[in-house]
Design a protein around this ligand. Structure first.
Ligand SMILES: [Mg+2]
Length: 193
């Protein structure tokens, strides 16, 4: 049996957040033509119907509306991969910067359950940092979170996305891995932890 606690992010890692929110904006405001590949920075703005919609705040505010939160799809392979890792004995710890209010946490937990994404513990890190959580590795799509983890001396797996850059942390060497999907993430975790 494998041993180890895996800190797993929700948005962009377990949840296919950006494509789902872009789709919702299309339904709400009309055709904007943006795809995930256009979102090359955290401050991306969607131009639609004469309006400039900052995608970041749209995502955060959407997390405070149950219907919007529930409209987000899980990422391909996430369910099977989490099942595999837990089956091998790894402990899955959800670490999310989603708003820490009671409703968002409750809806997020039921979203995880409904999508077959099992977990052992749930931590809201909106008011702290992900390094505040006692896990052996972080799996995240935000380069800043990954940098903090590497600087803390722990390994981290970066989910490659158009909006992140691969961090270069002195001495991090083989403690950091970049993956493009869940299949690769499972192999990487098995090697790192
Ligand atoms: Mg994320």
């Amino acid at each position: 049996m494998a041993e180890g606690r895996l800190g797993i992010d929700v948005d962009g890692v377990l949840a296919n957040t950006v494509p789902s929110v872009l789709e919702r904006l299309e339904d709400e405001y009309g055709h904007h033509g943006d795809t995930k590949e256009d979102v090359t920075e955290w401050g991306h703005t969607v131009e639609v119907d004469g309006k400039s919609i900052p995608l970041g705040s749209e995502i955060v505010e959407g997390h405070m509306v149950e219907e919007h939160l529930r409209s987000i799809n899980p990422k391909q392979g996430a369910k099977e991969s989490v099942e595999t890792l837990r089956g091998e004995g790894y402990e899955v710890v959800i670490v999310t910067n989603r708003p820490s209010d009671r409703d968002t946490v409750r809806w997020t937990k039921s979203w995880l359950e409904e999508n077959g994404l099992g977990y052992d513990r749930f931590h809201s890190t909106a008011e702290t940092t992900k390094t505040a959580v006692d896990v052996d590795v972080l799996i995240d799509d935000h380069d800043r979170n990954v940098v903090e983890f590497l600087e803390d001396g722990r390994p981290a797996v970066l989910f490659d996305q158009p909006w992140n850059t691969v961090p270069d942390v002195d001495g991090a060497g083989d403690r950091m891995e970049v993956v493009t999907g869940w299949e690769e993430a499972v192999e990487t975790v098995q090697r790192l932890v």
